[in-house]
Design a protein around this ligand. Structure first.
Ligand code: NAD
Ligand code: TYD
Length: 350
């Protein structure tokens, strides 16, 4: 019988790209366990929903009974844990759901992995657990101390610590991966790149936080997916692997590049109040993944950005659909605080 893996959060951005990747490149069965929060969308998986190796289970990872039932029913061999509350700005508005899903949910999955003797567990984490870098600092390595600054990053660091503890205490065969900022198709338009593309297409203001000089390292989502599978197949239990795109960019330069590629004016850029506690710079050293997993990023940032823009241009109905409903009220709340604190912003809704 072929191998079966659970992808938690498979209806989200990275999860849905990962599910498609696995079904295309491996002969495994994939069980997508997803609660379908505002960020989870089954439209992201239309291309594979008829595939007999794809299975969807609607539910929360904190539901211990459900998790065990799914593992038993599908004879699951491994778990790739993507499910999370993933947006820093939301965690600033309310940390509670981040603790519930990212910390308690991870604990429930680890307990189930232990009880059901799961063979492999990849915990999908983030470089944000390392905190912020100064311009002259070397990039984060796997040995960098955990110094999370946002409630989101703190919840992910707490989950990472639980994974480590379950490896050491109970021998759960888990691996932690920490990746830099992803971009690509199906990313919810609350994150920088899809938000800016979606707003620019509609000629709405592009809200740049503070001076826009913050630096992120950008990785195309498929490169991350390949890294997750490399860690799943070849990683050493108990190890941490960093993934990054080796493409550091200032936010304002990313936004300008999007406007240039779309032929829109820079006057759409609107500097708004800075994010509280905003991390200045992330950069990641992926030497370990290169040397030990034979992995390397392959998509150059300019090429990846063009591909991403083309996808959003061709999928504006998807953007409109995910921006409707609950998201709109959140968005108003979000822009409420941002614009009220802004010295430069207008009160126009983005
Ligand atoms: P996302 O917000 O797009 O998707 C999250 C998915 O998890 C959604 O489908 C949602 O419905 C599901 N989910 C949320 N709470 C759940 C719960 N309690 N039970 C079951 N399902 C639940 O997130 P993403 O950007 O795809 O990120 C995926 C993972 O990768 C996260 O763990 C995130 O921390 C990590 N990560 C993301 C990035 C990035 O740039 N997006 C970078 C590094 C690491
Ligand atoms: P984001 O995509 O939220 O990812 P993260 O905070 O996890 O790095 O933001 C990326 C960068 O873009 C970050 O420095 C915040 C900034 N940003 C803006 O300037 N304006 C925006 O509207 C958003 C969403 C982000």
């Amino acid at each position: 019988m072929s191998h079966t893996v659970i992808v938690t959060g498979g209806a989200g951005f990275i999860g849905s790209n990962l599910v498609r990747w696995i079904l295309r490149w491996r002969d495994w069965h994939v069980v997508n366990l997803d609660a379908l929060t505002y960020a989870g969308n089954l439209d992201n998986l239309r291309q594979v929903e008829q595939n007999p190796r794809y299975h969807f289970v609607h539910g929360r990872i904190e539901d211990a009974r459900l998790v065990r039932q799914v593992i038993e029913q599908y004879a699951v061999g491994g778990i790739i844990h993507c499910a999370a509350e993933s947006h820093v700005d939301r965690s600033i508005l309310s940390a509670e759901p981040f603790i519930e899903t990212n910390v308690r949910g991870t604990l429930v999955l680890l307990e189930a992995a232990r009880a059901c003797s799961i063979e492999r567990f990849v915990h999908v984490s983030t470089d944000e657990v390392y905190g912020s870098l100064e311009p002259e600092d070397p990039p984060f390595t796997e040995e960098s101390p955990l110094r999370p600054n946002s409630p989101y990053a703190a919840s992910k660091a707490a989950a990472d610590c639980l994974v480590r503890a379950f490896v050491h205490t109970y021998g759960v065969p888990a691996i932690i991966t920490r990746c830099s900022n992803n971009y690509g198709p199906y990313q919810f338009p609350e994150k920088l790149i899809p938000l800016m593309i979606a707003n620019a297409l509609e000629e709405k203001p592009l809200p740049v936080y503070g001076d826009g000089q913050q630096v992120r390292d950008w990785i195309y989502v498929e490169d991350h997916c390949r890294g997750l599978i490399a860690a799943y197949e070849h990683g050493q239990v108990g190890e941490v692997y960093n993934f990054g795109g080796e493409s550091e960019r200032r936010n304002v330069d990313v936004v300008r590049a999007i406007l240039r590629l779309l032929g829109k004016p820079e006057s759409l850029i609107q500097h708004v109040a800075d994010r509280p506690g905003h991390d200045r710079r992330y950069a990641i050293d992926c030497t370990k993944a290169r040397q030990q997993l034979g992995w390397a990023p392959t998509v150059d940032f300019d090429q990846g950005l063009e591909r991403t823009i083309a996808w959003y241009r061709n999928n504006q109905a998807w953007v409109n659909a995910v921006r409707s409903g609950e998201y709109r009220s959140y968005y108003r709340q979000q822009y409420g605080w941002r614009l009220s604190e802004s010295s430069q912003g207008s009160s126009q809704e983005a």
